[in-house]
Design a protein around this ligand. Structure first.
Ligand code: CO8
Length: 164
């Protein structure tokens, strides 16, 4: 399990720094500025997200689940976790060089995720067969796994997605 430098509790400014050997990843440089739903409001009360590549070039994210992601009292909505898995695993395929949209997403919720928590997301592109790119990943913090995702991405022509 990765060692974390991030605070696990909310402060005025959650600590989204990456871990040793992670380098910042500029998502907008790959997919434009359209990813507003999850990572587009770095000062907001929903999600705050920082992206990185680890030393093996796998996409990682640090994500703060703010109060506006609430589902069960004091905890993140399952849809909020699914949205994070959708964006981060989809973006992992882009970071690996595939222009894709997500065709199918499976998310298993393993533990309730307390609000105001900074967690990590890890990803791995596990296969590429024709237009089908399979990406696996999970949301975790230290020894706790909150959600596990399997994301089937389908390649598209970049011109069909109007990246801006
Ligand atoms: C820009 C950065 C984005 C990154 C992070 C954000 C991630 C997202 O949230 S993306 C938004 C959510 N996703 C969408 O809106 C996608 C909506 N769906 C579509 O646009 C289309 O169905 C699309 C593009 C996936 C596939 O359509 P199309 O190009 O016509 O391909 P199609 O011929 O049907 O299928 C191609 C292959 O993929 C397979 N496939 C397509 N969709 C699926 C699916 N949902 N499940 C399983 N297999 C599928 C087909 O079986 C086919 O396989 P094979 O080649 O073996 O026969």
């Amino acid at each position: 399990m990765d060692k974390t430098h991030a605070n696990s509790t909310c402060s005025n400014r959650p600590d989204l720094r990456g871990e040793i050997n992670w380098i910042p990843f500029d998502a907008a440089a790959f997919v434009g500025s359209s990813l507003r739903f999850v990572s587009g409001d770095p000062e907001g009360n929903r999600f705050r997200v920082s992206y990185y590549l680890d030393s093996t070039q796998h996409l990682k994210a640090k994500v703060w689940f703010g109060p506006e992601t609430e589902g069960p009292p004091g905890h993140a909505h399952g849809g909020a976790m699914a949205a994070v898995v959708d964006e981060v695993l989809g973006l992992a395929a882009w970071a690996a060089g595939y222009s894709i949209v997500v065709g199918n997403l499976s998310v298993s919720f393993r533990n309730m995720l307390p609000l105001h928590k900074v967690v990590s997301v890890e990803t791995k592109v596990v296969s590429a067969e024709g237009r089908k790119i399979m990406v696996h990943g999970r949301i975790y913090c230290e020894k706790t796994t909150y959600a596990v995702g399997e994301c089937l991405c389908i390649t598209i022509q970049p011109k069909n997605i109007n990246i801006r």
